[in-house]
Design a protein around this ligand. Structure first.
Ligand code: MN
Ligand code: MN
Length: 426
Protein backbone atom coordinates (compact mmCIF):
# COMPACT_ATOMS: atom_id res chain seq x y z
CA UNK A 1 0.00 0.00 0.00
CA UNK A 2 1.42 3.42 -0.88
CA UNK A 3 1.75 6.02 1.84
CA UNK A 4 -1.07 8.10 0.44
CA UNK A 5 -3.49 5.20 0.74
CA UNK A 6 -2.32 4.58 4.30
CA UNK A 7 -3.08 8.20 5.11
CA UNK A 8 -6.53 8.00 3.56
CA UNK A 9 -7.22 4.80 5.49
CA UNK A 10 -6.26 6.56 8.72
CA UNK A 11 -8.66 9.34 7.80
CA UNK A 12 -11.43 6.81 7.07
CA UNK A 13 -10.80 5.09 10.40
CA UNK A 14 -10.93 8.40 12.19
CA UNK A 15 -14.22 9.26 10.55
CA UNK A 16 -15.79 5.86 11.16
CA UNK A 17 -14.61 5.99 14.78
CA UNK A 18 -16.60 9.19 15.20
CA UNK A 19 -19.72 7.52 13.83
CA UNK A 20 -19.32 4.56 16.19
CA UNK A 21 -18.94 6.69 19.28
CA UNK A 22 -22.05 6.55 21.42
CA UNK A 23 -23.87 4.21 19.01
CA UNK A 24 -27.48 3.67 19.97
CA UNK A 25 -27.94 7.01 21.65
CA UNK A 26 -29.48 10.29 20.60
CA UNK A 27 -25.96 11.68 20.47
CA UNK A 28 -24.98 9.01 17.93
CA UNK A 29 -27.95 9.92 15.74
CA UNK A 30 -26.66 13.46 15.62
CA UNK A 31 -23.14 12.26 14.86
CA UNK A 32 -24.34 10.11 11.97
CA UNK A 33 -25.85 13.23 10.43
CA UNK A 34 -22.55 15.05 10.74
CA UNK A 35 -21.70 15.45 7.04
CA UNK A 36 -24.96 17.29 6.37
CA UNK A 37 -25.02 19.29 9.58
CA UNK A 38 -21.45 20.57 9.57
CA UNK A 39 -21.35 24.25 10.39
CA UNK A 40 -17.84 25.15 9.18
CA UNK A 41 -18.55 25.17 5.41
CA UNK A 42 -14.95 25.69 4.33
CA UNK A 43 -13.95 22.37 5.90
CA UNK A 44 -16.86 20.28 4.73
CA UNK A 45 -14.87 18.74 1.90
CA UNK A 46 -12.56 17.06 4.41
CA UNK A 47 -15.51 15.42 6.13
CA UNK A 48 -17.43 14.35 3.03
CA UNK A 49 -14.78 13.55 0.44
CA UNK A 50 -13.41 10.15 1.36
CA UNK A 51 -10.85 10.30 -1.45
CA UNK A 52 -9.76 13.77 -0.44
CA UNK A 53 -6.04 13.82 0.34
CA UNK A 54 -5.91 17.11 2.23
CA UNK A 55 -5.49 15.42 5.58
CA UNK A 56 -2.90 12.92 4.35
CA UNK A 57 0.06 12.53 6.68
CA UNK A 58 3.23 11.31 5.00
CA UNK A 59 5.91 12.49 7.41
CA UNK A 60 7.35 11.16 10.66
CA UNK A 61 4.80 10.49 13.39
CA UNK A 62 4.85 9.63 17.09
CA UNK A 63 2.14 7.02 16.69
CA UNK A 64 1.63 6.50 20.43
CA UNK A 65 0.85 10.20 20.84
CA UNK A 66 -1.26 10.31 17.69
CA UNK A 67 -3.43 7.43 18.82
CA UNK A 68 -4.46 9.26 22.00
CA UNK A 69 -4.96 12.57 20.18
CA UNK A 70 -7.46 11.61 17.48
CA UNK A 71 -9.42 14.85 17.87
CA UNK A 72 -6.25 16.89 17.45
CA UNK A 73 -4.98 14.90 14.47
CA UNK A 74 -8.35 15.05 12.69
CA UNK A 75 -10.28 17.85 14.40
CA UNK A 76 -14.04 18.06 14.14
CA UNK A 77 -14.91 20.57 11.37
CA UNK A 78 -16.40 22.87 14.02
CA UNK A 79 -12.91 23.41 15.49
CA UNK A 80 -11.26 26.65 14.37
CA UNK A 81 -8.45 29.04 15.25
CA UNK A 82 -5.61 28.68 17.72
CA UNK A 83 -6.81 27.91 21.23
CA UNK A 84 -4.08 27.74 23.90
CA UNK A 85 -3.03 24.21 24.87
CA UNK A 86 -5.54 22.98 27.49
CA UNK A 87 -4.40 19.34 27.71
CA UNK A 88 -1.54 18.02 29.81
CA UNK A 89 -0.81 14.71 31.48
CA UNK A 90 0.97 13.50 34.59
CA UNK A 91 2.16 10.65 32.35
CA UNK A 92 4.15 13.21 30.33
CA UNK A 93 6.14 14.73 33.20
CA UNK A 94 9.27 13.84 35.16
CA UNK A 95 8.92 11.93 38.45
CA UNK A 96 10.95 12.78 41.53
CA UNK A 97 11.63 9.28 42.89
CA UNK A 98 13.15 8.92 46.37
CA UNK A 99 13.47 6.14 48.91
CA UNK A 100 9.91 5.99 50.32
CA UNK A 101 7.90 7.15 47.29
CA UNK A 102 7.68 9.60 44.41
CA UNK A 103 6.02 12.81 43.24
CA UNK A 104 5.31 14.55 39.94
CA UNK A 105 3.60 17.83 39.19
CA UNK A 106 1.82 19.85 36.52
CA UNK A 107 1.99 23.58 37.14
CA UNK A 108 2.10 26.80 35.13
CA UNK A 109 5.79 26.28 34.32
CA UNK A 110 5.02 23.67 31.68
CA UNK A 111 1.23 24.19 31.36
CA UNK A 112 0.98 27.96 30.82
CA UNK A 113 -2.83 28.18 30.72
CA UNK A 114 -3.02 26.77 34.29
CA UNK A 115 -2.60 30.01 36.23
CA UNK A 116 -5.06 29.31 39.08
CA UNK A 117 -4.32 25.67 39.95
CA UNK A 118 -1.30 23.37 40.20
CA UNK A 119 -1.57 19.60 40.61
CA UNK A 120 0.74 17.06 42.23
CA UNK A 121 0.49 13.27 42.05
CA UNK A 122 2.31 11.43 44.84
CA UNK A 123 2.92 7.87 46.03
CA UNK A 124 4.15 6.85 49.47
CA UNK A 125 5.26 3.34 50.46
CA UNK A 126 3.85 1.78 53.61
CA UNK A 127 5.80 3.81 56.17
CA UNK A 128 6.98 6.31 53.52
CA UNK A 129 6.74 9.89 54.78
CA UNK A 130 6.12 13.17 52.95
CA UNK A 131 8.02 15.18 55.50
CA UNK A 132 6.60 17.70 57.98
CA UNK A 133 6.08 20.91 56.00
CA UNK A 134 3.78 23.76 55.02
CA UNK A 135 3.38 26.09 52.05
CA UNK A 136 1.89 29.32 50.76
CA UNK A 137 -0.99 27.71 48.82
CA UNK A 138 -4.05 25.90 50.16
CA UNK A 139 -3.82 22.12 49.71
CA UNK A 140 -6.75 19.90 48.65
CA UNK A 141 -6.36 16.18 48.08
CA UNK A 142 -8.14 13.05 46.87
CA UNK A 143 -6.85 9.64 47.97
CA UNK A 144 -6.63 7.57 44.77
CA UNK A 145 -5.52 4.26 46.25
CA UNK A 146 -4.45 2.81 49.59
CA UNK A 147 -4.27 4.33 53.06
CA UNK A 148 -2.47 7.27 54.61
CA UNK A 149 -2.01 8.89 58.04
CA UNK A 150 -2.29 12.69 58.22
CA UNK A 151 -0.98 14.97 60.97
CA UNK A 152 -1.40 18.71 61.52
CA UNK A 153 -2.09 21.32 64.20
CA UNK A 154 -4.69 24.07 64.06
CA UNK A 155 -4.20 27.77 64.85
CA UNK A 156 -4.85 27.08 68.55
CA UNK A 157 -2.07 24.47 68.64
CA UNK A 158 -4.56 21.61 68.92
CA UNK A 159 -3.44 18.40 67.27
CA UNK A 160 -4.94 16.53 64.35
CA UNK A 161 -4.11 12.92 63.49
CA UNK A 162 -6.37 10.96 61.12
CA UNK A 163 -6.24 8.05 58.67
CA UNK A 164 -7.71 8.42 55.19
CA UNK A 165 -8.59 5.79 52.57
CA UNK A 166 -9.44 5.68 48.87
CA UNK A 167 -12.13 8.24 48.01
CA UNK A 168 -11.42 10.46 51.01
CA UNK A 169 -10.50 14.15 50.66
CA UNK A 170 -8.38 16.42 52.86
CA UNK A 171 -7.67 20.14 52.98
CA UNK A 172 -4.78 21.94 54.71
CA UNK A 173 -5.01 25.75 54.64
CA UNK A 174 -2.05 27.97 53.82
CA UNK A 175 0.67 27.83 56.48
CA UNK A 176 -0.87 24.94 58.47
CA UNK A 177 1.98 22.46 59.10
CA UNK A 178 1.23 18.87 58.15
CA UNK A 179 2.65 15.47 57.19
CA UNK A 180 1.53 12.42 55.23
CA UNK A 181 2.61 8.82 55.82
CA UNK A 182 1.68 5.73 53.83
CA UNK A 183 0.08 2.85 55.77
CA UNK A 184 -0.02 -0.89 55.18
CA UNK A 185 -0.30 -3.01 53.27
CA UNK A 186 0.64 -1.12 50.12
CA UNK A 187 1.08 2.53 51.03
CA UNK A 188 -0.94 5.03 49.03
CA UNK A 189 -1.21 7.23 45.96
CA UNK A 190 -3.07 10.54 45.91
CA UNK A 191 -3.75 13.70 43.93
CA UNK A 192 -2.94 17.10 45.45
CA UNK A 193 -4.51 20.30 44.15
CA UNK A 194 -3.17 23.76 45.06
CA UNK A 195 -4.97 27.07 44.48
CA UNK A 196 -1.99 28.71 42.76
CA UNK A 197 -0.69 27.70 39.34
CA UNK A 198 2.82 28.75 40.40
CA UNK A 199 2.88 26.31 43.33
CA UNK A 200 5.82 23.92 43.17
CA UNK A 201 6.15 20.78 45.27
CA UNK A 202 9.89 21.49 45.23
CA UNK A 203 9.37 24.77 47.10
CA UNK A 204 7.70 24.04 50.43
CA UNK A 205 8.95 24.77 53.96
CA UNK A 206 10.51 21.51 55.18
CA UNK A 207 11.28 21.02 58.87
CA UNK A 208 14.63 19.31 58.16
CA UNK A 209 15.67 21.88 55.55
CA UNK A 210 14.95 24.76 57.96
CA UNK A 211 16.70 23.06 60.87
CA UNK A 212 20.00 22.53 59.00
CA UNK A 213 19.94 26.12 57.70
CA UNK A 214 19.72 27.61 61.20
CA UNK A 215 22.93 28.27 63.21
CA UNK A 216 23.35 25.36 65.68
CA UNK A 217 23.75 27.65 68.69
CA UNK A 218 20.39 29.27 67.84
CA UNK A 219 18.74 25.91 67.36
CA UNK A 220 20.22 24.66 70.66
CA UNK A 221 18.81 27.71 72.46
CA UNK A 222 15.41 27.30 70.76
CA UNK A 223 15.18 23.61 71.71
CA UNK A 224 16.69 23.92 75.18
CA UNK A 225 19.34 21.38 74.21
CA UNK A 226 23.13 21.16 74.23
CA UNK A 227 24.69 21.56 70.77
CA UNK A 228 26.01 17.99 71.03
CA UNK A 229 22.40 16.77 70.92
CA UNK A 230 22.13 18.21 67.39
CA UNK A 231 24.79 15.87 65.93
CA UNK A 232 22.16 13.62 64.24
CA UNK A 233 21.12 16.58 62.03
CA UNK A 234 24.45 16.25 60.18
CA UNK A 235 23.07 13.28 58.25
CA UNK A 236 20.17 15.31 56.76
CA UNK A 237 20.68 15.97 53.03
CA UNK A 238 21.46 19.59 52.10
CA UNK A 239 18.02 20.03 50.46
CA UNK A 240 16.07 18.38 53.29
CA UNK A 241 14.45 14.96 53.37
CA UNK A 242 11.18 15.65 51.46
CA UNK A 243 10.17 11.95 51.02
CA UNK A 244 11.84 9.21 53.03
CA UNK A 245 11.24 5.67 54.26
CA UNK A 246 10.33 4.99 57.90
CA UNK A 247 8.61 2.15 59.77
CA UNK A 248 4.81 1.89 59.50
CA UNK A 249 3.36 3.87 62.44
CA UNK A 250 1.46 2.28 65.33
CA UNK A 251 -2.26 2.50 66.02
CA UNK A 252 -4.19 5.66 65.23
CA UNK A 253 -5.46 5.94 68.81
CA UNK A 254 -1.96 5.85 70.29
CA UNK A 255 -0.67 8.44 67.79
CA UNK A 256 -3.67 10.70 68.55
CA UNK A 257 -3.12 10.44 72.28
CA UNK A 258 0.62 11.07 72.02
CA UNK A 259 0.10 14.06 69.69
CA UNK A 260 -2.56 15.68 71.93
CA UNK A 261 0.10 15.94 74.66
CA UNK A 262 -2.24 17.28 77.34
CA UNK A 263 -4.54 19.33 75.09
CA UNK A 264 -7.87 18.38 73.52
CA UNK A 265 -7.64 17.39 69.83
CA UNK A 266 -8.70 19.97 67.22
CA UNK A 267 -12.45 20.20 66.53
CA UNK A 268 -11.62 20.91 62.84
CA UNK A 269 -12.29 18.16 60.33
CA UNK A 270 -9.46 18.45 57.82
CA UNK A 271 -10.73 15.31 56.01
CA UNK A 272 -13.99 14.49 54.19
CA UNK A 273 -15.45 11.07 53.25
CA UNK A 274 -16.38 11.88 49.65
CA UNK A 275 -16.95 8.28 48.59
CA UNK A 276 -19.72 7.82 51.15
CA UNK A 277 -21.77 10.85 50.14
CA UNK A 278 -24.89 10.50 47.98
CA UNK A 279 -24.67 12.10 44.50
CA UNK A 280 -25.55 15.80 44.35
CA UNK A 281 -27.11 15.15 40.93
CA UNK A 282 -27.79 11.85 39.20
CA UNK A 283 -29.50 10.55 36.09
CA UNK A 284 -29.51 7.48 33.86
CA UNK A 285 -26.22 8.54 32.25
CA UNK A 286 -24.19 9.49 35.28
CA UNK A 287 -23.85 11.35 38.55
CA UNK A 288 -22.09 14.32 40.10
CA UNK A 289 -20.84 14.87 43.65
CA UNK A 290 -20.09 18.44 44.68
CA UNK A 291 -17.87 19.22 47.67
CA UNK A 292 -17.03 22.80 48.59
CA UNK A 293 -17.05 25.04 51.67
CA UNK A 294 -20.82 24.52 52.10
CA UNK A 295 -20.42 20.82 53.04
CA UNK A 296 -16.65 20.71 53.80
CA UNK A 297 -16.20 23.94 55.79
CA UNK A 298 -12.40 23.92 56.05
CA UNK A 299 -12.17 23.92 52.22
CA UNK A 300 -12.61 27.68 52.02
CA UNK A 301 -10.94 28.23 48.64
CA UNK A 302 -11.12 24.99 46.62
CA UNK A 303 -14.34 23.55 45.20
CA UNK A 304 -14.81 20.15 43.53
CA UNK A 305 -17.25 18.34 41.27
CA UNK A 306 -16.60 14.58 40.93
CA UNK A 307 -18.31 13.46 37.72
CA UNK A 308 -19.13 9.95 36.49
CA UNK A 309 -20.42 9.65 32.91
CA UNK A 310 -21.72 6.35 31.56
CA UNK A 311 -20.74 5.35 27.99
CA UNK A 312 -22.41 7.79 25.59
CA UNK A 313 -23.06 10.23 28.45
CA UNK A 314 -22.46 13.94 28.03
CA UNK A 315 -21.50 16.53 30.63
CA UNK A 316 -23.81 19.11 29.10
CA UNK A 317 -22.75 22.44 27.52
CA UNK A 318 -22.06 24.81 30.42
CA UNK A 319 -19.67 27.37 31.89
CA UNK A 320 -18.43 28.55 35.28
CA UNK A 321 -18.89 32.21 36.29
CA UNK A 322 -16.50 32.29 39.26
CA UNK A 323 -13.26 30.47 38.48
CA UNK A 324 -11.09 28.59 35.99
CA UNK A 325 -11.71 24.83 35.88
CA UNK A 326 -8.81 22.36 36.36
CA UNK A 327 -9.70 18.80 35.43
CA UNK A 328 -8.17 15.49 36.41
CA UNK A 329 -9.19 12.30 34.61
CA UNK A 330 -9.42 9.19 36.80
CA UNK A 331 -10.96 6.58 34.52
CA UNK A 332 -12.19 5.98 30.96
CA UNK A 333 -11.78 8.15 27.90
CA UNK A 334 -13.49 11.31 26.76
CA UNK A 335 -13.21 14.46 24.74
CA UNK A 336 -13.84 18.12 25.43
CA UNK A 337 -14.31 21.02 23.08
CA UNK A 338 -13.25 24.34 24.57
CA UNK A 339 -15.08 27.24 22.88
CA UNK A 340 -12.70 30.17 23.15
CA UNK A 341 -14.93 32.96 21.73
CA UNK A 342 -13.96 34.88 18.54
CA UNK A 343 -14.95 31.80 16.44
CA UNK A 344 -12.16 29.79 18.09
CA UNK A 345 -12.76 26.26 19.33
CA UNK A 346 -10.54 23.24 19.93
CA UNK A 347 -11.25 19.62 20.80
CA UNK A 348 -8.91 17.41 22.82
CA UNK A 349 -9.01 13.81 24.05
CA UNK A 350 -8.51 12.80 27.68
CA UNK A 351 -7.39 9.57 29.34
CA UNK A 352 -6.59 8.54 32.93
CA UNK A 353 -3.86 10.74 34.46
CA UNK A 354 -4.58 13.61 32.05
CA UNK A 355 -5.24 17.19 33.08
CA UNK A 356 -7.59 19.64 31.33
CA UNK A 357 -8.09 23.36 31.84
CA UNK A 358 -10.97 25.73 31.04
CA UNK A 359 -10.58 29.47 31.69
CA UNK A 360 -13.37 31.15 33.67
CA UNK A 361 -16.66 31.68 31.76
CA UNK A 362 -15.62 29.78 28.58
CA UNK A 363 -18.17 27.28 27.21
CA UNK A 364 -17.38 23.57 27.17
CA UNK A 365 -18.77 20.04 27.31
CA UNK A 366 -17.22 16.66 28.11
CA UNK A 367 -18.36 13.54 26.27
CA UNK A 368 -17.64 9.93 27.19
CA UNK A 369 -16.12 8.48 24.01
CA UNK A 370 -15.26 5.08 25.46
CA UNK A 371 -16.98 1.86 26.46
CA UNK A 372 -16.35 2.26 30.23
CA UNK A 373 -17.50 4.93 32.65
CA UNK A 374 -15.62 8.22 32.32
CA UNK A 375 -14.71 9.61 35.75
CA UNK A 376 -13.10 13.00 36.25
CA UNK A 377 -12.74 15.91 38.67
CA UNK A 378 -13.66 19.53 38.01
CA UNK A 379 -11.57 21.65 40.43
CA UNK A 380 -11.92 25.37 41.12
CA UNK A 381 -10.07 28.01 43.09
CA UNK A 382 -13.29 29.15 44.75
CA UNK A 383 -15.23 28.79 48.01
CA UNK A 384 -18.31 27.51 46.17
CA UNK A 385 -18.98 25.37 43.10
CA UNK A 386 -20.91 27.37 40.48
CA UNK A 387 -21.99 26.54 36.95
CA UNK A 388 -24.50 27.75 34.39
CA UNK A 389 -26.22 25.41 31.91
CA UNK A 390 -26.85 26.41 28.30
CA UNK A 391 -30.12 24.42 28.33
CA UNK A 392 -31.32 25.93 31.61
CA UNK A 393 -30.70 29.43 30.24
CA UNK A 394 -32.30 28.81 26.83
CA UNK A 395 -35.47 27.42 28.43
CA UNK A 396 -35.91 30.25 30.94
CA UNK A 397 -35.95 33.29 28.66
CA UNK A 398 -38.68 34.26 26.15
CA UNK A 399 -38.78 31.42 23.56
CA UNK A 400 -39.17 33.83 20.61
CA UNK A 401 -35.87 35.41 21.58
CA UNK A 402 -34.07 32.05 21.38
CA UNK A 403 -35.75 31.05 18.09
CA UNK A 404 -34.85 34.42 16.53
CA UNK A 405 -31.18 33.83 17.37
CA UNK A 406 -30.77 30.21 16.27
CA UNK A 407 -33.60 29.74 13.79
CA UNK A 408 -34.71 26.55 15.52
CA UNK A 409 -38.41 25.61 15.70
CA UNK A 410 -40.66 25.81 18.75
CA UNK A 411 -40.75 22.00 18.74
CA UNK A 412 -36.95 21.74 18.86
CA UNK A 413 -36.80 24.30 21.64
CA UNK A 414 -39.60 22.49 23.49
CA UNK A 415 -37.58 19.26 23.58
CA UNK A 416 -34.55 20.83 25.26
CA UNK A 417 -34.24 19.74 28.92
CA UNK A 418 -35.60 22.55 31.11
CA UNK A 419 -33.06 22.32 33.88
CA UNK A 420 -29.36 22.20 34.69
CA UNK A 421 -29.12 18.40 34.76
CA UNK A 422 -25.31 18.26 34.44
CA UNK A 423 -25.38 14.85 32.73
CA UNK A 424 -27.29 14.04 29.51
CA UNK A 425 -29.19 12.32 27.91
CA UNK A 426 -31.37 12.55 31.01
MN1 MN B 1 1.47 19.92 51.70
MN1 MN C 1 -17.06 22.54 33.66
Amino acid sequence: MVKRDVAINILRETLSRRHLVGAGTAVATAAALAPTTVFGQSRQTIMTGEANSSAADMGPENNAMKSINADGFMPPPTDHGSVPQFWHSFSAVHRRVQDGGWARQVNVEDFPISTEIAGVNMKLNAGGIRELHWHAANEWSLMLSGNCRLTAIDLDGKSYVADVAQGDLWYFPTGIPHSLQGLGPEGCEFLLVFDDGRFSEDNTTLISDWAIHTPPEVLAKNWNAPQSALEPLRSIPREGKYIFQAPVPGSLASDQQAAANGRPATPIKFQFAMQGMPPTKSGRNGEVRIVDSTNFPISTNIAMAHVRLKPGGLRELHWHPNADEWQYYLQGSGRMTLFHNKSEASTADFNPGDVGYVPKTLGHYIENTGTDDLVFLEMFKAPKYEDLSLNDWMTHIPPELVMQHLGISAETLGNIPKANLAVLPA
